[in-house]
Write a protein of this length. Structure first.
Length: 290
């Protein structure tokens, strides 16, 4: 008898926390003040009780009970109390290189009610898995508890990722109040990806993995907003850049082709003519006349 054929669905990760750096969960003295810091990883601060002042390079604000804020990597931040209220704060710093983290840059919001049980599970797992000392900004990492439960670090990671995904979803619901706004945001994400890969060919499959949307949705949305397909738009970006190389840096057609990452000079010339209606050599000849 023929064997049943099973479909094995690959599971992609929208957000993947690579490392936990520090975790603090404690009551802060009402006179707490710290000169501030910056570091090359993310930091999340949640005010469970009371309030705390926050200062960054560009702003100062008051965080109140139930509010959460993110500090992106290398962002200077300083937390200090007002001398009246002793707040209880939860602070976790972590490494996450997922592109979806871009939504958390500058995020300051109230923690949604649905996310509170996840945060509490995270705190509970963290207290059992790691030694959580009183807040000390000079502590450089977490230490495992002597009798940490099996799988404790993984549960901490999973609950943090779940919390981040819930906040991301909530953010999208509030930002994308209309279909047009959603399409503009998606198109902006795609053009940013194309700019990052200006000197190489791109595959639609890679953009799908990056944005977590289907090829059909990406292509139809992009064309509706930009009036052309994704690959055509990327080709025009690369040809515009190659024109600058030919004119301003005096590169040869072959050199411009190599620098822009085309397979060979002949393919470069074909794409150039499709975009400009003339070959690179014809373009150079006309430009020199003018």
């Amino acid at each position: 008898m023929p064997k049943d054929i099973y479909l094995r669905q690959a599971i992609s990760s929208l957000i993947n926390v690579n490392k936990i750096v520090t975790i603090h969960y404690s009551d802060f003295d009402k006179n707490f003040d710290y000169e501030g810091e910056s570091h090359d990883f993310w930091e999340l601060l949640y005010v469970e009780r009371g309030e705390v002042n926050l200062q960054t390079k560009n702003k100062q604000l008051l965080l109140k009970e139930g509010e959460i804020i993110f500090h992106k990597p290398n962002e200077f931040h300083r937390h200090f109390c007002n001398g009246k209220v002793s707040p209880r704060l939860f602070i976790v710093s972590f490494v996450c290189r997922s592109s979806a983290m871009a939504v958390f840059r500058g995020m300051h919001t109230r923690l949604p009610a649905a996310a509170l049980p996840v945060l509490n599970r995270f705190i509970g797992e963290a207290k059992e898995t790691f030694i959580l000392p009183e807040y000390d900004p000079h502590i450089k990492g977490v230490k495992m508890a002597e009798h940490a439960p099996p799988g404790g670090p993984q549960m901490v990671k999973l609950n943090l990722e779940m919390l981040l995904i819930m906040l991301l979803r909530e953010s999208e619901r509030s930002v994308y109040t209309s279909k047009d706004a959603w399409e503009r945001r998606l198109t902006s994400d795609i053009t940013a990806y194309l700019s990052e890969h200006l000197y190489e060919s791109v595959m639609l499959e890679d953009i799908c993995k990056k944005t977590h949307y289907s090829k059909t949705l990406l292509c139809s949305t992009f064309k509706r907003v930009m009036g052309m397909g994704i690959i055509e738009y990327h080709s025009r970006m690369r040809i515009d850049r190659s024109k600058e190389l030919l004119l301003n840096r005096g590169l040869t057609v072959s050199e411009a082709s190599d620098e822009m990452g085309f397979e060979n000079q002949y393919y470069f010339s074909r794409v150039f003519k499709r975009c400009e209606g003339k070959s690179p050599r014809e373009f150079l000849k006309e430009s020199r006349k003018n």
